[in-house]
Design a protein around this ligand. Structure first.
Ligand SMILES: [Cu+2]
Length: 161
């Protein structure tokens, strides 16, 4: 093909043109291949469920990180107008508390809002329930059934250390 080209200048310009065209072809090939890759990727995502990505290693808070002590407090709690006896319940963090709530007169309730606990005992009946002392601190409890004039003063305290 370069038979008729005689001058060095012409040969040089031809060489340059050839180089440019080669670069251009490579560039075209690159574009075409990247386009076809994209198409393949798109069709993959349309027809196949995306592969499950490994979740980032975030340390989630444990749902119940409390270590149980194994200790059980069996408490008989007498409810009368207008007091609980005992009015103070002490436990250590992680203890289990079993309360036998006895009404000696009318219906009463035993409510610890901080523990989201509310148990009602019918007139002169007994009810038993339990919970884990999984919050540290001092938590007031009170009667949750309006039992008379002094109902609002029918209070006690749970102390978890
Ligand atoms: Cu009451």
């Amino acid at each position: 093909m370069i038979v008729h080209i005689t001058s060095g200048k012409k040969r040089k310009s031809y060489k340059m043109k050839r180089e440019i065209s080669v670069i251009f072809i490579i560039f075209l090939l690159f574009i075409v291949s990247s386009c076809t890759n994209n198409e393949q990727f798109e069709s993959k995502t349309l027809t196949q469920p995306s592969p499950i990505k490994e979740l980032p290693k975030v340390r989630l808070p444990e749902s119940n990180p409390i270590t149980l002590t194994g200790k059980i407090h069996n408490i008989t709690l007498i409810a009368t107008r207008y007091e609980f006896n005992p009015s103070i319940i002490k436990a250590n963090y992680g203890d289990k508390i079993i309360i036998t709530l006895k009404s000696q007169d009318t219906a009463h309730g035993f409510s610890i809002p901080a523990y989201n606990l509310n148990q009602v005992v019918k007139s002169k009946e007994t009810t038993t329930f339990n919970f884990i002392a999984d919050k540290k601190g001092e938590f007031p409890f009170g009667c949750s059934v309006v039992c008379g004039r002094g109902h609002d003063t029918m209070l006690g305290k749970l102390i978890v250390e």
